[in-house]
Ligand binder design. Structure first.
Ligand SMILES: [Zn+2]
Ligand SMILES: [Zn+2]
Length: 264
């Protein structure tokens, strides 16, 4: 869904703000969505495309997708407004739409995360590259500030990469530390294994009770770009159920780091 077509109507970088390095060193994600405007036509075309994909692959929620489509056709909800509210983390606005259109809020949030994905991904391509990696020490995404949903251990001993599904960015993070609470005490950190998923582990933290699905890649050459994190994420949903059953907590995908203190 991501092309090189320009998706934004405004610059991605504030003129008088911190430089990229300053932001990263302060733990501030690079994409500041407050003043960002997306192109109407781009928002509408991604919205329509996504509705078709969701209708086909998440048919059990057909009634919600139909209500969303009717809302858009009837002028009750506009693709660009939904997208900008999502980029700006204005969840109260989404809540109001969900109530007015009788759409399940979880469905609307899930839809909106993927509606925003090509836009965040285009922003990520422009704002972030591997040369900046040494400036970023955090467990949340350096571009959009969301928590990782998947990790990879590459080589032996494994170098760890974390992946953000909101903007498709990956970054390095210490192997023995929790990305969610930064706990480094080894007796509070560990991993679960599941026979049917021999290439994966579920890394867990007994301090914050968060978990992270992790793909183990012994081959160093898999470090290069192009790893299909989405495929890995969706093909391991069974691991999420196992982690939850073991009493661990799924960090909400839609929750950015700066919102966590407010919502917890
Ligand atoms: Zn991100
Ligand atoms: Zn933790």
């Amino acid at each position: 869904m991501v092309s090189d077509v320009e998706l934004f109507d405004s610059p991605l970088i504030e003129r008088n703000g911190d430089t990229t390095q300053e932001k990263l060193k302060k733990g501030k994600p690079l994409l500041d969505p407050v003043h960002i405007h997306v192109k109407d036509a781009a928002a509408e075309s991604v919205f329509a495309l996504l509705l078709n994909i969701f209708r086909e692959h998440l048919a059990e929620k057909t009634a919600d997708w139909e209500r969303l489509e009717h809302g858009a056709h009837g002028g009750d909800i506009a693709a660009r407004e939904l997208l900008e509210a999502t980029l700006q983390h204005r969840w109260d606005v989404l809540q109001a739409w969900a109530q007015r259109l009788s759409i399940d809020i979880d469905c609307l949030q899930f839809f909106s995360i993927y509606l925003a994905r090509p836009f965040r991904q285009q922003a990520a391509r422009r704002l972030w590259d591997e040369t900046q990696a040494t400036c970023w020490q955090e467990g949340y995404c350096p571009v959009c500030g969301h928590s990782p949903v998947l990790g990879r251990l590459i080589g032996s001993p494994g170098q760890r990469q974390l992946w953000c599904c909101c903007c498709n960015t990956f970054w390095s993070f210490p192997r023995i530390a929790c990305p969610f609470c930064k706990n480094q005490s080894q007796d509070q950190l560990g991993y679960l294994t599941v026979n049917e998923f021999a290439s994966h582990r579920i890394y867990v933290c007994d301090t914050c009770r968060r978990y992270l699905k992790t793909r183990v890649c012994a081959d160093e050459s898999s470090k290069k770009d192009g790893w299909d994190y989405d495929r890995d994420h969706f093909s391991t949903v069974a691991l999420d159920s196992i982690a939850l059953r073991e009493g661990y907590i799924a960090e909400p995908v839609w929750l950015a780091h700066h919102e966590r203190a407010v919502c917890q």
